[in-house]
Design a protein around this ligand. Sequence first.
Ligand code: PGA
Length: 263
Amino acid sequence: MDVWILESAHAVAVKAADICGELIQRKPDARLGLATGATPQALYAELIRRNRQDHLSFAHVETFNLDEYLGIGPDHPQSFHRAMRDSLFAEVDIDPANTHLLRGDSSDPVAEARAYEALIKRRGGIDLQILGIGRNGHIGFNEPGSSLGSRTRVKTLARATLRDNQLGHPDFEEPIMAITMGIGTILDARALVVLATGAAKAEAVAAALEGPLAAICPASAIQLHPDATVVLDPEAAADLRLTDYYELVDQARRRLPRTSGRI
Ligand code: PGA
């Protein structure tokens, strides 16, 4: 695991954009796994900036989102379809046909989940999956207790998630379920980039990176991935025990030529 503790949430976004940008430069038709929520918003803003100012092109990029609420359609104001359109897709040169999200309003969510798994496979798998971490340790909507080998499926949301995502709205029936890539699906991505910022994530980050591999913290499954990069601000890193070691790794990295890869 490659752990970066950077000075600010902005630096986290820039680092994540560097990783995405390098991949897209190397492989213009890269397949990106994307996440919604507050954390990746600064990354998407930075990617939009690079698309406009640095000519980072998404023309051949294909995307797969992690999850979607069950029972709501792509135009629903709380849908992740809408969130992705607003925060990234409408602002860059991506072909909407290349943006894939689960349909929360599918009449057969079980079939929808299976078809999504098949689509990811058929397209050749995800090159780089962006992940946030929930305060309860979830990745995607794989809530505590999820099978570490799970595939894309319907999941009931945890109470903590319902609270954190502020789903209550006087005009809508609150979604209490979602369709989400499974933990096994996520681990099949060739590389993972996990982002966390802010003090509210410190406990979940420590459990994910340094705690036991356990279903109580689904994000701990990233310990199994051979190419996982974790990018944190100091607040999200505050409960880590190996900080001194991560600093040593950072010093060692600076001595290596850029092409040497991870250490
Ligand atoms: P957040 O969500 O980025 O809004 O904190 C993270 C997550 O639930 O995965």
